[in-house]
Design a protein around this ligand. Sequence first.
Ligand SMILES: [Cu+2]
Length: 493
Amino acid sequence: MLNRRDAIKLGSVAGAALIFPTKQLASALSDDPPEVRPFSVPLSIPPVLKPTRSTADTDFYDMRIAETELEILPGIRTRTLTFNGSFPGPTIRAQRGRNTVIRQFNGLPGPATVHLHGADVPPSSDGHPMDPIAPGQARVYRYPNDQRAATLWYHDHTHHLEGERVYRGLSGAYLLSDPVDARLPLPSGEFDVPLILRDAKFDSGGQLVFVPDDFLNRPTILVNGRPQPYFEVKRKLYRLRLINGSNLEMFKFRLSTGAPFLQIASDGGFLRVPVARHEIDVWPAERAEVLVDFRSVPPGTAIALQNAAALSENKRDILQFRVGGGASWSKPEIAIPGWPRARVPSAREEIPGWPSNDPLRGRATKTRRFVMRLDLGSGRFVINDKGFDPDRVDATIEHGSTEIWEIVNDDVALGIQHTMHLHLVQFRVLDRNGRPEPAYDAYPKDTVRLFPGDVVRIQATFDSYLGRYPFHCHFLDHATHSMMGQFEVVPRR
Ligand SMILES: [Cu+2]
């Protein structure tokens, strides 16, 4: 009898073997990368991009997409794709109520697009796969930032290429703050740290190997572009923004000490109430913001951030926190106003000053059903038996309406996981297999996890822009192999 993990492995191998030549897989399997001792390289923090100019209500940026050779593994030059030469790309810090305008120059030999994941933006700035920047050309993306504070991220979304493009480096963090929330005494500055985590496979020469859907053979986890790094932390409270930038890797984060995280936000912003959690699932494209408290940890302590769901032992340890000396010691402070020290609020409690969170607007007037599976005949990943067709609209939605989407992962026999991501909206996960989703996984979400056999219902209100937007699995190797559809928001009749 197969256990779940064996079934997952079988499923993946079967899927990969169907789509890709066995020879290619076999050669990738035998080509061992240079060994890097765990926790031997320091964590790097991507630079925060500076605006080229700012007006009363807008910050303007210039970015350049290009091939770049840089160091990922110690002493080795690796060919990558980058925004502004940074792997991952530079961090954009945006503020609600101010526009961000980014001029993207495409220095690649082929087309490129840039999608801001989780953002409520007009279709012309969504980075739709069929709306590319031609090679050698520039394009201006306008982000109104008219939504709740959130950890968003930007990445390439070029038709049929997004999987490989993101894998080779085209992603970065976009941190949207809200001046109203800024009153909360949450950790800031050097204590507010984006961590983009992702899977990778290097060959013996230290070059990135991309074999689509080959998740059993991506043995290296990179954090902000560094393999299993260490991070020297002070005895302070930290805000970590965990961004899963993997094509395929599923994380179940935990701390090696068994201490809990305090989760404060999900994909689209703050939770209604923070929650203490010992393990947090974050699948490709999902985000979780957590507070980690090093204030009472003895100096010299090493604590590992681990993946409890790692499929191999060498991928379990992700990052090592090294707690520094007492120089910066400060008395434990209350992180959230009105929140008694060392106590986590219960789900029913109100926290004075905490951002409100009541998204369940409107009554759903339409229910749609989307079934996701690997089609064994064609070797393609399909939704409702169809692969992506840029000329087809799968859901026409009247502006202002609220819909329930019932999403099914039909890959029970093959044991393949999927996710569903909708552009444009944040949604609420109503239930999973008939049971209510826990609050920390219910809202605000733009990407939802689907285990084999799962039936998940989500609710969204389409009351911002008109136009055509994609929805797709965010295991990007699946999306690239056509697990994508389109919805179009049209004027109300
Ligand atoms: Cu999928």
